[in-house]
Design a protein around this ligand. Structure first.
Ligand code: PRX
Length: 656
């Protein structure tokens, strides 16, 4: 695809030099800037609020008045909302700005710049194409594409006509894709013929062809050409297959935006939980957009005219909130990054910063740790003087990575914001910024709750811990507009996972430490979810893949990926197999069933797993074995067969 001109949506394609250009002024927000004292302009009307901390306090104690003011002033409403919130966390009821109608792509200021017009026209054409092919309000469209302009256009086209988008990370296998399409009951899939990433070709169309065979709800597949490679159409009985780019160009450039209710669904996004089945988190229009835009502006000190460089893939929530919706709703310029940090060389990010004059750079610690190994020269080669803020997301950032990011990438002059949040939270909930201008940032700490966010730490008995210098389960004591509303087709699971563990609170699944000064540091997941290179995966999902009798997967500390995958497997009786072959086979199965990143780094074949007398696998023991922490093995008297541990220890030593 060729995209001419200068842009406000900068596209860094996988093949160097092929930079596409799009425009954006997807503006449901009125433009307002952070005043000199770094307080929100909306705060002007709040009595007695003159500092950052006071505004924070006001936003949680007067939540209705805070969010009403922000939503009134910053969103453009087709029809204003009647109620600010109708929420009851204990019952999983979360509704914001009811009675209001809006459309993210329908704001008239969208038309006020030529580059935005191009994006708008593409959005309208795809919107019309989808409408003409029978996609109506509320229908679900699955987008299986790399981060590229047409993927963003497809998301926005869905928003424009009121369809629900379901972006599936293009690294997921056919089976994982099919599972998500089926669960979402998607009628339509949009993909590209092939993807290009880090110099490698990925056969996305072929993956979709395989996936849709087992997805009876899919009526049609639209394919865009990303490479010159020809492709054939899959013939499915009673189903259509279309060629999106050509068809789109026949469509009208005007597409009436649907007036969406605040609580209409904007998108589903699947993420891993502690049980095998991924869950489709539901996000709705008004609250999500407001929260994504607000956090984008204030956490990163985003100013009009800045170029925002979030390198996350659009298949994850970070790509949704900070590559697409946050920057575009703020009328800003966003960068689409389709490659990897080391292709064609480890200077890729910083070359991009220099060429596109990026002001805010937002990436994952795993990439930073990888780049440290290649040396400072790859960074120093490029002009990074445009950088103002550096962001980190998705996993804990260790002190070494934080300091390198700050000292080398940011030349010691850019604040590093370690942002904590989740697919469930819709946007950043804890981050060092916004803060008073002279407030220090503690390396490796997410630190401060965002406006309207009230974190609490709770002990195992459900008691709220009020003192500082303490650790507990991280919960949110009150709702906020950006939070997920439900799990698609399974509200009961939403209740059980988030609302019932600590009644009255929203449970995040993470543990946290609150320092003497009241700042938060995330200590990691409290459930069986692990984080591999910033990608979330449930250990049960991996265990479900294997063709062995029994398995137990755990995360272990990995110096680049943050966490690696270690699998203990028990073979079926009578299976004779070479250990090396089995390891290869199992890795392939996990890649095929889920994605490459979920493949185990280590597979240890064991005769039996350590279990309690009631048959529960003692994961704590397995973790300690992998950490080589023999003293930490603790009390083994509850084990059914203590000899199992000795066997596992011996096998582990051999594997290393
Ligand atoms: O465990 C936390 C970790 O990533 C989880 C959320 O994953 P996901 O929904 O895929 O969203 C990732 C991008 C927002 C959290 O439950 N996590 C996220 N950010 C941080 C983090 N852990 C430590 N520090 C962070 N800054």
């Amino acid at each position: 695809m060729r995209l001419p001109g200068r842009c406000t949506l900068k596209y860094v394609a996988a093949s160097l030099g092929r930079r596409g250009v799009f425009a954006s002024r997807l503006n449901v927000l009125r433009r307002n800037s952070w005043n000199a004292a770094e307080f929100m302009p909306e705060a002007a009307g709040f009595e007695g609020v003159s500092g950052r901390d006071e505004l924070q306090e006001y936003s949680v104690s007067n939540s209705e008045s805070f969010w009403a003011a922000v939503a009134h002033q910053r969103l453009s409403w087709i029809r204003p909302f009647r109620t600010v919130q109708d929420c009851d966390l204990s019952r999983g009821r979360i509704k914001w700005f009811e009675g209001g109608k809006l459309n993210v792509s329908g704001e008239s200021s969208v038309f006020d710049c030529v580059f935005c017009r191009e994006l708008l026209e593409m959005t309208c054409r795809v919107g019309n194409l989808l409408r003409r092919h029978g996609v109506t309000k509320g229908d679900c469209v699955t987008i299986y594409m790399p981060t590229c302009p047409l993927a963003v256009v497809s998301m926005l086209a869905c928003a424009r006509i009121g369809a629900v988008h379901n972006v599936v990370f293009a690294g997921f296998s056919a089976e994982a894709l099919a599972e998500r399409i089926r669960d979402a009951e998607s009628s339509t899939v949009i993909t590209v013929n092939q993807g290009l990433r880090g110099g490698k070709v990925t056969e996305l169309k072929k993956t979709v062809d395989t996936a849709v065979q087992s997805c009876p709800t899919v009526r049609q597949v639209f394919v865009a050409t990303r490479t010159d490679n020809p492709f054939g159409f899959l013939q499915l009985v009673n189903r259509k297959s279309n060629f999106v780019l050509q068809e789109m160009l026949k469509e009208d450039v005007v597409c009436e935006p649907a007036a969406m209710d605040s609580e209409d669904i904007l998108f589903l996004l699947y993420t891993s939980g502690s049980t095998g089945k991924p869950k489709g988190l539901v996000h709705t229009h008004a609250g999500y957009l407001l929260y994504a835009a607000l956090t984008h502006k204030y956490v990163f000190s985003y100013q009009d005219g800045d170029v925002f460089g979030c390198v996350a893939d659009i298949g994850w929530i970070t790509g949704h909130s900070y590559t697409v919706y946050g920057p575009l709703v703020n009328g800003g310029t966003t960068v689409l990054f389709e490659s990897t940090p080391v292709y064609p060389d480890p200077g890729r990010y910083w070359d991009m910063v220099e060429r596109l004059k990026i002001n805010q750079f937002y990436g994952a610690p795993t990439a930073i740790r990888l780049l440290i190994k290649y040396g400072d020269q790859w960074v120093k080669k490029y002009d990074r003087s445009t950088l103002k803020t550096l962001g980190s997301v998705g996993e804990p950032i260790n002190t070494e990575a934080w300091e390198w990011y700050h000292r080398v990438v940011g030349d010691g002059r850019c604040p590093v914001v370690d942002t904590w949040w989740q697919t469930e939270t819709g946007g950043i909930c804890i981050a060092p910024k916004p803060s008073d201008p002279d407030a220090a940032i503690v390396p490796g700490m997410a630190m401060r709750p965002f406006f309207g966010i009230k974190p609490v730490l709770v002990d195992t008995e459900g008691k709220v811990l009020t003192s500082n210098n303490t650790s507990g389960a991280l919960c949110m004591a009150q709702p906020w507009p950006g939070m997920a509303r439900s799990i698609h087709n399974n509200h009961q699971r939403f209740l059980e996972t988030y609302c019932q563990p600590y009644p009255g609170f929203f449970f995040t699944g993470d543990g946290a430490f609150r320092s003497e000064d009241g700042y938060y540091q995330i200590t990691g997941r409290l459930d069986d979810v692990i984080n591999v290179s910033g990608h979330r995966i449930g250990t049960a999902e991996i265990e479900d893949c294997s063709l062995v009798a029994e398995s137990a997967v755990i995360g272990y500390s990995h110096n680049i990926k943050g966490q690696g995958v270690y699998a203990f497997v028990v073979l079926k009786k009578g299976v004779e197999v070479q250990e090396a072959d089995l390891v290869k086979q199992l890795s392939n199965i996990v890649s095929e069933k889920i994605a490459k990143y979920a493949s185990p780094d280590f597979i240890q074949i064991v005769k039996r797993l350590p279990k309690t007398r009631s048959g529960k696998i003692m994961r704590r023991v397995l973790r300690k074995v992998v950490e080589c922490d023999l003293e930490g093995l603790g009390d083994l008297s509850t084990l059914d067969d203590p000899a199992a541990v000795q066997e596992i220890l011996e096998g582990h030593e051999k594997l290393l």
